[in-house]
Write a protein that binds this ligand. Structure first.
Ligand code: IPM
Ligand code: MG
Length: 370
């Protein structure tokens, strides 16, 4: 009898844990529109699988500069810390580009958030969809069955090194690329962990023929690889990899790389899928995890109901899998997105699709609930 009561209590505790707190940061441009669809999808998953989500919305980027003068306000930071996971839209507004007098830029909000939350591991999966093989500018036989993930170091390297700035006369500018061995090691551990659940191969991309930081990367990563012989390890130079990625994208499983190289190579990798509008990402740290589409704020499309919500919806699926361990729920979203792709219920970035942002979201929800 006691055992029975005890297990019933455990059951109740378990039910409570299913209530997850999500910080919703729509940001700028098309951010609010794609986030709205992702939240609708999360609500559909909650309904189907009997979960509950508690959302708190916060400002970031230009939207935050315009209202409180800070691209990453304290209140937003507090909401991020309160949450179990963060869903983020996009950042950036053209009124700050080519405006040298702007003291603060929206992108600083994203960098500040990554850095203060310690989101050191950026995970960007690149996968080709059979129904979209002809949407890529690459030949279908090159694109077919591509399935790799870029693991990018996110809070160090040239993005954050010091000193940085300008000389007094404005004629000399400088940035510093720096890495510490422990920063390299923690992202290496993450990359090997991912490889272990995949095709068991890690490729380090660097510029070790020129840069001291890259030589430190090689030292740390090859040392770790020697202790983890279950994973095949190789190191390539980033410039030749930029070429090979287009020629033979199938050779990759897990790409491990630093902040700047990862930024560039992941945009290049998006060409394989045929559209940036499909690529999700996760940024993981010790204290927080953030999920966001790879695409930017696409200001030209703002308010037109033409932005592809799939990357954000797939980012929400990554949240369910990575932060909450809900594999079935994540797979359900992915299957619904694939179904929409197969039935051509897509926005204009994919084969001149005729559907609006909200119609694509509605169709995906329908497939989830069916
Ligand atoms: C990305 C973006 C950001 C970056 C910008 C918006 C600061 O390009 O997430 O890839 O450079 O990291
Ligand atoms: Mg980028």
């Amino acid at each position: 009898m006691i055992a029975f009561v005890f297990s019933q209590q455990l059951y109740r505790v378990k039910i409570q844990i299913m209530n997850k707190k999500i910080a919703v940061l729509p940001g700028d441009g098309i951010g609010p529109e794609v986030i709205q669809e992702a939240v609708k999808v999360l609500d559909a998953v909650a309904k189907k699988f009997h979960h509950t989500f508690e959302y708190k919305t916060a400002k970031i980027g230009a939207a935050a500069i315009d209202t409180v003068g800070n691209p990453y306000p304290q209140e937003t930071h507090d909401i991020c810390l309160w949450s179990d996971a963060i869903l983020f839209g996009a950042i950036g507004d053209p009124k700050y580009d080519n405006n040298p007098s702007a003291k603060v830029r929206p992108e600083q909000g994203l960098l500040a958030m990554r850095s203060t939350l310690g989101l050191y591991a950026n995970i960007r999966p690149i996968k080709s969809y059979n129904s979209l093989l002809d949407a890529s500018p690459l030949k279908p036989e090159i694109v077919k069955d591509v399935d790799f993930v870029v693991v990018r170091e996110l809070i160090s390297g040239i993005y954050f090194g010091s000193p940085r700035g300008r000389s007094e006369d404005g004629k000399h500018a400088f940035d510093t690329c720096e890495y510490h061995a422990d920063e390299i090691l923690r992202i290496t551990e993450k990359a090997f962990q991912y490889a272990r659940n995949r095709k068991k191969k890690v490729t380090l991309l660097d510029k070790a023929n020129v840069l001291a930081t890259s030589r430190l990367w090689r030292e740390v990563v090859s040392g770790y690889a020697a202790q983890n012989p279950d994973i095949t390890y190789e190191a390539n130079f980033i410039d030749s990899a930029a070429m090979h990625m287009i020629q033979r994208p199938n050779q990759y499983d897990v790409i491990l790389t630093g902040n700047m190289f990862g930024d560039i190579i992941s945009d290049e990798a998006s060409v394989i899928t045929g559209t940036l509008g499909l690529l999700p990402s996760a940024s993981i740290g010790e204290k927080a995890a953030l999920y966001e589409p790879i695409h930017g704020s696409y200001p030209q499309a703002k308010g037109k109901n033409i932005a592809n919500p799939m990357a954000t919806i797939l980012s929400a699926a990554m949240m369910l899998e990575y932060s909450f361990g809900w594999l079935d729920e994540a797979k359900t979203i992915e299957a619904a997105v694939e179904k929409a792709l197969e039935q051509n219920i897509v926005t204009e970035d994919i084969k001149q699709g005729k559907y609006g942002t909200n119609e694509v979201g509605d169709a995906i929800i329908q497939f989830i609930l069916d």
